[in-house]
Design a protein around this ligand. Structure first.
Ligand code: WQD
Length: 344
C-alpha cells in the first residue's frame, strides 16, 4: 500500500505522533516530521530509529508562524498526505491561557490547510478528541452524538478545527479528511524506546501516576470522588497509544485507497470500555506490585463525569479495533517510566 508514499507528521515528536511514526515507517511510508518542540525534545527521533532502524527527516518549525510554515513547505513541497498532531492538549491548562491554545491549535491548522490547498496535498488526517462531545447524554458515545458546547478552550479548538476543515473542503473538494476523535491515549511502545514524556508536571492522569510511583512527584491528587459513578471518580476510555497509532495507518490507507464515503469522515478511537480513576490506580498497583500514594481532592474544572466510546463505526468501517487493554497500557507506561528514570 505505501509504495514509498510521503507523509508529513506535524507535531510528530509528541506522544501520539512519535508512536504513529513508528508504525508508518514499519509499513514502508516515507516520513517528514515537523515539530516546534514546545512539549517534547528531539529524543523521540532516537527511539524511533532504535525501533525501526530508520531516522525520519525532522525539521523544527512553528507552523502557527506564517514565515516558518512557508519556509518549511518551500523545502518540502510535496506530500501524499498529512497527519496533523500539532496542538496543545491539556484541558486544565487551556483555561489558564486560552489564547495560547487558540493561537497554536487554530492558527497552525489554518496555515497548514492553506499549504495543503496551495500544494495539492490531497489527504488530511486531523487529530481530534472525544472532548468535542462534552458531557454526552448517552453512553457509550458514537460519532452521531451531538457536538455540545465545549467545556474548555482546548475542546473548543478541536470543535472549531473540525469546522475549519469542513469549510475548507467545501471550496477545495480535492482535499479529503478523516478526523480521529481520540478518547484517552495512554501507555508507551512495548520496547520502552519511546513513551509519554511531557515537559514539566504532567497534566494527564497516567503520566502523573507513573511519575508519582517513580518518586518524581510527591503524591497523585484524584480530582473528586463525588461523581455519579460506581466509585465516585470519573470514568474515561483509556486506549493504548499503539492502538491509536495503528488507527492512523488504517485511516491513511482508507484515504489513499479512496474508500472514504464522504469528503470528511469521523471516527471515535477508544476501547469501548470505561475505567474510573480509582480503577486506573488499582490497575497500576496490580501491574507494578506497589502501592500508589494518592489522595482525593476537589473536582477539576471542565471534567466530565464519564466518557467512553461506541467503537462500532471504527471496527466496521475503518476496519480497526483496539488490541490492548487497560493493564497492558499501564504496564507499558510503567516500563517506560522505569527506563527513563533508571529504576530496576
Ligand atoms: C483523566 C481523568 C481527571 C490528572 C485527555 C486529554 C485530551 C483528550 C482526552 C486527546 C480525569 C483525572 C487527572 C490528575 C486526576 N485526549 N485526573 N488527577 O482530561 O480526560 O483529557 O484525554 O485529545 O487532550 O487532556 O484526561 O488524563 O487529564 O484526566 O484525578 O492528576 O483523570 O479528573 O477524570 P482528560 P486526563
Amino acid at each position: 500500500m505505501s509504495e514509498g508514499k510521503k507523509v508529513l507528521l506535524t507535531g510528530g515528536l509528541g506522544f501520539i505522533g512519535s508512536h504513529t511514526a513508528v508504525v508508518l515507517i514499519e509499513r514502508g511510508y516515507d516520513l517528514v516530521i515537523v515539530d516546534n518542540l514546545s512539549n517534547t525534545t528531539e529524543e523521540p527521533l532516537d527511539g524511533i530509529e532504535a525501533i525501526t532502524g530508520v531516522r525520519p527527516a525532522f525539521e523544527k518549525a512553528d507552523l502557527s508562524i506564517s514565515d516558518e510554515i512557508e519556509a518549511f513547505f518551500s523545502k518540502h513541497p510535496k506530500f501524499d498526505g498529512v497527519i496533523n498532531f500539532a496542538a496543545f492538549k491539556a484541558v486544565g491548562e487551556s483555561y489558564k491561557d486560552p489564547l495560547k491554545y487558540y493561537t497554536n491549535n487554530i492558527q497552525s491548522l489554518s496555515l497548514l490547510l492553506q499549504q495543503c490547498a496551495k500544494r495539492q496535498i490531497p489527504k488530511f488526517i486531523f487529530s481530534s478528541s472525544c472532548t468535542v462531545y462534552g458531557e454526552a447524554e448517552h453512553l457509550p458515545i458514537d460519532e452521531n452524538a451531538p457536538i455540545q458546547e465545549a467545556l474548555s478552550p482546548y475542546g473548543n479548538t478541536k470543535q472549531i478545527g473540525e469546522e475549519i476543515i469542513r469549510d475548507t473542503i467545501e471550496v477545495h473538494p480535492e482535499l479529503k479528511c478523516i478526523s480521529l476523535r481520540y478518547f484517552n491515549p495512554i501507555g508507551a511502545h512495548p520496547t520502552a524506546a519511546i513513551g509519554e514524556l511531557p515537559l514539566g508536571p504532567p497534566l494527564n492522569l497516567v503520566p502523573f501516576v507513573t511519575q508519582t510511583a517513580a518518586g518524581i512527584r510527591e503524591q497523585l491528587q484524584v480530582f473528586g470522588d463525588d461523581y455519579d459513578t460506581p466509585d465516585g471518580t470519573n470514568i474515561r476510555d483509556y486506549i493504548h497509544v499503539m492502538d491509536v497509532a495503528e488507527a492512523h495507518v488504517c485511516a491513511l490507507e482508507r484515504l489513499f485507497e479512496e474508500k472514504n464515503e464522504a469528503a470528511m469522515e469521523f471516527f471515535n478511537l477508544g476501547t469501548g470500555k470505561g475505567s474510573s480513576v480509582l480503577e486506573v490506580i488499582r490497575s497500576f498497583e496490580k501491574v507494578s506490585g506497589q502501592a500508589l500514594n494518592y489522595r482525593i481532592v476537589e473536582r477539576r474544572r471542565g471534567d466530565v463525569t464519564a466518557a467512553y466510546a461506541d467503537t462500532t463505526k471504527a471496527n466496521e468501517v475503518l476496519g480497526w479495533s483496539a488490541q490492548y487493554d487497560l493493564d497492558d497500557a499501564v504496564r507499558d507506561a510503567w516500563r517506560w517510566e522505569k527506563k527513563i528514570r533508571n529504576i530496576e
